[in-house]
Design a protein around this ligand. Sequence first.
Ligand code: F6R
Length: 411
Amino acid sequence: PGRLPAPSPSLSPSPGGYAASDFGGAASDFEEPYIRLGGLADYVEGILRCRRIVFIACGTSFHACLAARATLEEFAAMPVVVELAGDFMDREAPVFRDDTCVFVSQSGETADTLRALEYAKNKGALCVGITNTVGSAISNATHCGVHLNCGYEIGVASTKAYTSQIVALTMVALLLGADRRSMTAKRLDHVRALAALPDAVRGALALDADMRELAAQLKDASDLLFFGRGYNYSTALEAALKAGGRGGGGRRLGGRVKEVALIHSEGINAGEMKHGPLALVDENLPIIVIATMDAMHRKMESVIQQLLARSARLIILCNQARRAGGRGDVPCGGFGAGLWFRAPRLEAPGDVAMDAFAARGCSLIRVPRTVDALQPVVNVVPLQLLSYHLTTLRGFNVDQPRNLAKSVTVT
Ligand code: F6R
């Protein structure tokens, strides 16, 4: 108990930030359970000596931090706190010299995040940047960090930066847990899953036509709910942000609530369902439930049962079925009647449950399986596609939502 010593002088900030090349050194041998991140290499010990890690971000970047929080807690075995930069500064939340504060920002220029960075630096915390923009204000002002290197984002809505942020944060978690022998097998699983991730994302992108069909069914809905839990609470929040656009002040047009380009939507933690949101449920409100085969799967099955008991109109995002016969995961259908591929024998109880839900009228979005920590990367892809198609079908500009700029440089 008590305060740990502040980072030693050798790990203290060097003036002027860090060289851009420090960011680019992410590498991993996929048969070794180790990760290298050049821009963090000299700071790992200092981070591990800290009392806690505080992630600070806005919008989609905040959601990426939420998605990776459990992975960071598990591998680093440290308390991890995730803060909205604006709220953090409204409270002038306590920051200590033995904190590590990580600032996650696609643009590296977001004013609230930058303000929180100056504040944390003044309090003597070790400040780490995770950005996609070399030479940005945040990358210059932090002591060390990681560049996403996912390429220039053209559209206002952050998409590939979101998935890349989750990947980068997962790599940070693996790096921080590198000396924990008890985690070696799990680390190797995650490194292999990182290597296989492009195929899984390709599998999710293949759902494009299905998502267009679903968007055509949903485009006149006035509201849309997304339910997720655990790793995928962030997926629900992010899908709702994309479907609804960001920024407040939805306005009524032709009887529909529209925010920015799209539909009023909410991301809800399924664990909170009985504490209020259940009252909204009826046969008209479309609800997308994220129920991939992770640690929360059983709980999500029970959520689905309860929603169906209230005649909810459900779309379930689940994993591709693992059919018997030794062929591993196979794609298994999309939307609409007649698209289901029904194999005679099923291996996993979760597959049986999903087929039963489909038989009760739920539409299924089937995505490839990966480790729990990376499943949000795969899960968000069809939901991003859904938002894209909803936006274009409703006649809006997907690259430039109303009232928004790519980086929010004023508080
Ligand atoms: C949503 C979106 C925003 C940004 C937020 C933070 O699609 O783009 O919510 O994520 O403004 O921006 P960065 O990550 O640049 O700090």
